[in-house]
Design a protein around this ligand. Sequence first.
Ligand SMILES: [Fe+2]
Length: 502
Amino acid sequence: MWRWRRAFWNFFMEFKFRHAKPMVIPAPMIQIRPIVPVPLASQFPRIPITGVMVADHIPGDEAQLPARLFCRLQLALDRVFSPMQVGLVPIDADPEVALALAYPASHRRSFPAPTRPTGFDPVPDLGRLAVDGPYSCYVERSAAGVYKWDVSALEGFEIHPGLRSPAAVVEFALEAGSRSLRATRIDSELGSCTPGDHDWELAQRLALCGVTTHLSLVRHFNWLHLMSGGPLSFTTRNCLLATHPLRRLLQPHVYATHSSNHMVTLDQMAPGGDFENIFSFTHAGVCDLFQQSCADSDLRRFNPNFDVRLRGVDASELDLPAHENFRAIFDVIRAHVERYLRLYYDSGEAIAADEQLAAWLESLEAYIPHGVAELVGAPFTISGASELLATLVYFTTVEHEVLGSGVWNYQLWPDVQPPRVYASGQRIPLDVYARLVNANFTLNVRRTPLMSDFSSLALDVRGAQAFRTFHEDLTRLQAAMDGAPTTGWRIEPRMLKANINA
Ligand SMILES: [Fe+2]
């Protein structure tokens, strides 16, 4: 039966992947019916989360009816022929053999198989992973020369029987005479482990399980999609008229957020969804984790400069290759939004006098718990407004790429980084791995590239030119990256999508 099940779901995901077409983003339309933010549980009665506010309806211009019908079909098939099967054997001990079974040739023709990232072999190098790659957003300074990854916030939520808690804290020390980190201690339900201890290898797997769980569930889906993406979209639609210059600036980055968030919430969070079948938590555990962590959502985490300051990371004593990569792209985005703003406003006072903008800012502050006011600063200046706008464009493009497609080469190697850890020591079963692989496969569907010509969305000739200049700047940055040696993991402009939506 498993062979049939696997073949069916591989075919289904392959079909979904091949038929996903990048959206053509239309100019904004007049908003006739305002979006009312309501608790998530009121729209999804089987997902009892009240701390997240979502749209009360999907706006007509982003209905995406075929995609939503396909989503409903997938949910129905989930119930009658689930991709999960109780009692399956674990995946092969050889990760390449396990991957070959779960990611067949038909998938590879659509999207190349993942490769092992730097920092995984010959043994996991947590110090490298702390500054290079998608998990680089977790390292924080705790004392002079001492850093840590802390995902102890994953403690206390219901997990499946037989699993270990993914909560962990990794302590790092600066390597003597170098600008790199070395993991020196891991605290988890195994106790306190140091290198050389019997449980050190297992503790490292548990720490990587914790960090990837937090990244996928909390940072990606809860904080980025639900706590930031949704409010950005309904606030922009509600407060800025279709003819407002900032409505035009943000349109590529907010269009279709509500329809997409709606579909992905069902796929991943409804009972029987991806999250509870891949990671450690039960459905109740996932819902409690989201409810608990939503108040910690902070927009500054999605601004690379504010983020390193919040984490106390000190670039004078530590090499930060991922941060340097993010900052190079952020600088281009920041220049774009400031250039655009200066076309329509000549001072901070002019921005402050814009009643639509004031309402937009007030709504953003009301629905994103932290960070909006700090990003803007006071008094209102063009520079402060640019910092906020750049953060909004950055999180819908770069940060989302890091947290979504960016884990492709990382999350599919459970020998190093399992999505769940069994207390018995067994490897994850075939169905859990197959679901993990297919969930990540669909994160890589073709979507609207950020490097598209959005000049038709502009209000006027000057705005159109600003969109073209942005495209030229991204092209220049891409050429510079093409000419520089690749030293490991890197996000490049050509990889980026215009928004968070499938
Ligand atoms: Fe996403």
